[in-house]
Ligand binder design. Sequence first.
Ligand code: GDP
Ligand code: MG
Length: 327
Amino acid sequence: MPANLTPEYYKAEEWFKSASTNQEKILALERMLAVMPKHKGTDHLKADLRRKLSKLKEVATQKKGGSHVDIFHVPRSGAGQIVLLGTPNCGKSSIVAAMTNAKANVADFPFATSSPVPGMVTFEDIQIQLVDMPPVTADYIAPGQVGTYRNCDMIAIVIDLSGDIQEQMKVCMDFLESRSLLIDSETPAFDDQGNSLGKKVFVICTKADIAKDGALEKLKKTCERNFEFIEISAETGAGLENLSAKFFEMLRIIRIYAKPPGKPADMTEPFTLPVGSTVMDLATDIHRQLAEKLKSAKIWGTGVYDGQNVQRTHVLNDKDIIELHFS
Ligand SMILES: Nc1nc2c(ncn2[C@@H]2O[C@H](COP(=O)(O)OP(=O)(O)O)[C@@H](O)[C@H]2O)c(=O)[nH]1
Ligand SMILES: [Mg+2]
């Protein structure tokens, strides 16, 4: 009996083949099993995939990660990591080159970038990591590439406004949807084992200086998701300042300045924490063991009077200054 597999299944299978980590292979196999048509013709295949899956899960519990060097693993640095996604020549490397000191390889031929290139974007007094990537196309995605996206804080789709916007968006969305990288009703931010799954996504619309008339409006209208769109030109620099502010806003982080008792606060290197963090979260971030000894905290900032004593559970705001007292 023929298996009559669906396009959805073949997409998941392609994901499995391009996965380089066990975690990614497990996700892909689970997807293959979930979308596989259920009838007699697929019984053998189902049993085979289940065997593969349980073997992978066994290995995953024995040891975390492999010993080989993964070029697609980009260690996090700064207040957050944003990874670019786009088709060849859409302008990814130019954005990283314009906003950071990284030596991103700008070229007018496709596939000039073959591995991730991270750079640091300065927003006011913090640094945000921006990662240049090899392109995605309808028929080629480098094995392991999905790993970089899986481990970042946010994905930025890059669309060349002078090119075929529909086609570029389709390739990017196919990639994100088929790899379960978008947060939606089916894909949470984390799976039940705490592994990272869905990502926040927004769209950088670049080459505004040579955009086709009405390209941005058309893109907004045809995109089914409720993404934010930010228009820039890496060539003229238009919109880049706004873009780094957007990075900060969308990462949903706050900056907190620590003040040693009796001394002025260190206003040069803020701690960065997720929006909603408390005094205790800050203390834990500074020193896990010391945090247990937190006795009291004084605060200068939003919604409090200067030097107000606050509880461990007090929710912090961006740019608050905190003095922690330990017993
Ligand atoms: N006019 C214009 N050209 C751009 C802009 N950004 C990139 N380019 C050009 O587009 C080509 C591809 O850029 P690149 O950043 O290497 O694209 P990537 O393949 O996505 O990394 C290069 O020739 C760039 O000079 C822009 O904002 N305006
Ligand atoms: Mg490039």
